[in-house]
Design a binder for this molecule. Structure first.
Ligand SMILES: [Zn+2]
Length: 176
């Protein structure tokens, strides 16, 4: 993994942080730092200072820990996250896509049926038509099952459960 060189905003000590780390604790002065990025530079900002002002340092650090957890979870489950996002973002489009697929497969299957049952058609057409029907039915069944189930893979379920749990924790901390 790529690392970045930044300086502690509190004591100026040089720090190495992983490229996608957002929060880091300075090894030298124990300051809690947020790694901020602009197009041209990377720098740190002390988190504890902001928290002190609000008098909620401990809670804020807890919030940061949970936020870090969520970010790590998202990173570790990038494919599952995409799946989740596509599900949440556009249920309408998914339904539309599913309908088009089902209509297409219905046409595909009827063409196969037509060839398979056409009297006098060459045998090869009838065999191919039969194959079309079979493929069409399998595809239709799997599409319908997916539409009805709505659930993802076990890994996605697991990811969703963990993320919900963390979100709840975060919510609880923020309401303190
Ligand atoms: Zn420091």
């Amino acid at each position: 993994m790529e690392t970045l060189s930044v300086r502690c905003n509190h004591c100026g000590a040089p720090l190495q942080v992983a490229e996608n780390t957002r929060f880091v604790t300075c090894q030298f002065c124990q300051s809690s730092l947020e790694v901020k990025r602009t197009d041209s530079s990377v720098f740190t900002e002390e988190v504890a200072k902001i928290a002190e002002n609000t008098g909620k340092m401990a809670e804020s650090l807890e919030v940061l820990t949970v936020q870090n957890e969520i970010e790590r979870l998202d990173r570790d489950h990038a494919p599952e996250r995409m799946e989740e996002m596509s599900k949440h973002a556009s249920p309408g489009m998914r339904t539309a896509g599913g309908c088009v697929g089902i209509v297409f497969m219905l046409i595909f299957t009827s063409c196969g049926l037509f060839f398979a049952t056409e009297a006098g058609a060459p045998l090869i057409f009838q065999i191919a038509g039969g194959g079309f029907v079979l493929i069409g039915i399998i595809a239709l069944v799997s599409m319908l099952m997916r539409a009805a189930g709505g659930g993802g893979s076990p890994r996605t379920e697991d990811y969703r459960r963990k993320r919900d749990e963390l979100e709840r924790q975060l919510e609880g901390l923020r309401q303190k």
